[in-house]
Design a protein around this ligand. Structure first.
Ligand SMILES: Nc1ncnc2c1ncn2[C@@H]1O[C@H](COP(=O)(O)OP(=O)(O)OP(=O)(O)O)[C@@H](O)[C@H]1O
Length: 224
C-alpha cells in the first residue's frame, strides 16, 4: 500500500485561537518503506500521525492518499474500516488495558469482528512472535516496560496491518529494551510492513529510507 501526502496542513482552532501546527508537508511512502519523523517537542509529530490515520481533520487542500483512495473523501464508517483493515498503532505509553490479561489485550481490536477462538489463536501466535508466550496470563502491571511494549506490538499486528504507525515507541524504555523493540520492528519491516516511526532518540534518527524533520513553524493567531 502506497501512501502519498501532499500539502498537508493542520490548524487547531480552540477557544478563539488558531494554531497552525503543520504546514505543507509532502512525502510519499512506498510499500514496505520506513519513514522516521523527528522534530522538537510540540513540532506536530503526533498531530501528523493522527492526520495520516484519519483521526484528525486536515486543512483544505491537504491530500492524504492510500493507493488510489484519499482519506479526506471517506465517510467515518469507511475510515474506521480502513484503519481496522490496514493500520496498526504503537504508543510511547503502551496504552494497554490494565484490567485485562496480555492475551485479551492483544485480542481486543478483532474481538467484535471475528470468531473468538480464531482471534485467540492469532493472539497466541503473535505473543510467541514477540517472545512472550509465557506471559499470556499476566496483567500489564506485572510486566516490564519492554514487555508491555511487545504486547502492544502484538496487539498492533492482530489485523495484519500494512502500515504500522509508531509514536515514540521506545521513549520510555532502557537501551536494551529499546534495542529489542527496534529489532522487532526492523524484522516486521523486512517482512513487508511499512513503518512510520516518530522518535527523539538520536541513535534512531537514521533508521529507514527517509527522515522527515518537522520544524516549529507554528503560527498562532487570535481569530477575529
Ligand atoms: N487537540 C488539540 N487542540 C489544540 N492544540 C493542540 C491539540 N493537540 C495538540 N495541540 C498543539 O499542537 C502542537 C503540536 O502537538 P503534537 O502533540 O502534535 O506535538 P509533538 O511534536 O508530537 O510533541 P511531543 O514530542 O512533545 O509529543 C502543540 O503545541 C500542542 O499544544
Amino acid at each position: 500500500m502506497k501512501l502519498e501526502v501532499r500539502n498537508l496542513s493542520k490548524t487547531y482552532r480552540t477557544a478563539g485561537r488558531e494554531l497552525k501546527v503543520l504546514r505543507n508537508i509532502n512525502f510519499s511512502l512506498k510499500e514496505g518503506e520506513w519513514l522516521t519523523v523527528i522534530g522538537r517537542s510540540g513540532s506536530g509529530k503526533t498531530t501528523l500521525l493522527k492526520c495520516i490515520a484519519g483521526l484528525l481533520s486536515v486543512d483544505e487542500g491537504s491530500i492524504i492518499r492510500y493507493d488510489h483512495w484519499s482519506i479526506q473523501d471517506g465517510k467515518e464508517e469507511e475510515l474506521q474500516a480502513f484503519r481496522r483493515e490496514n493500520l496498526g498503532f504503537i504508543y510511547q505509553d503502551y496504552q494497554l488495558f490494565d484490567q485485562f490479561r496480555c492475551e485479551l489485550n492483544v485480542m481486543l481490536p478483532l474481538l467484535p469482528f471475528e470468531k473468538k477462538e480464531n482471534v485467540r489463536e492469532k493472539a497466541r501466535s503473535l505473543l510467541e512472535k514477540v517472545h512472550l508466550s509465557d506471559r499470556l496470563e499476566h496483567f500489564p502491571h506485572q510486566l516490564s516496560g519492554g514487555e508491555k511494549q511487545r504486547v502492544a506490538i502484538a496487539r498492533a499486528l492482530i489485523n495484519d496491518p500494512k502500515l504500522l504507525i509508531c509514536d515514540e515507541p521506545t521513549g520510555n524504555l532502557d537501551e536494551r529494551s529499546r534495542d529489542e523493540i527496534i529489532e522487532l520492528l526492523l524484522k516486521l519491516n523486512n517482512e513487508g510492513t511499512s513503518i512510520i516511526f516518530v522518535t527523539h532518540d538520536r541513535d534512531l534518527m537514521k533508521l529507514g529510507q527517509q527522515t522527515l524533520q518537522l520544524k516549529e513553524s507554528m503560527i498562532s493567531n487570535y481569530l477575529q
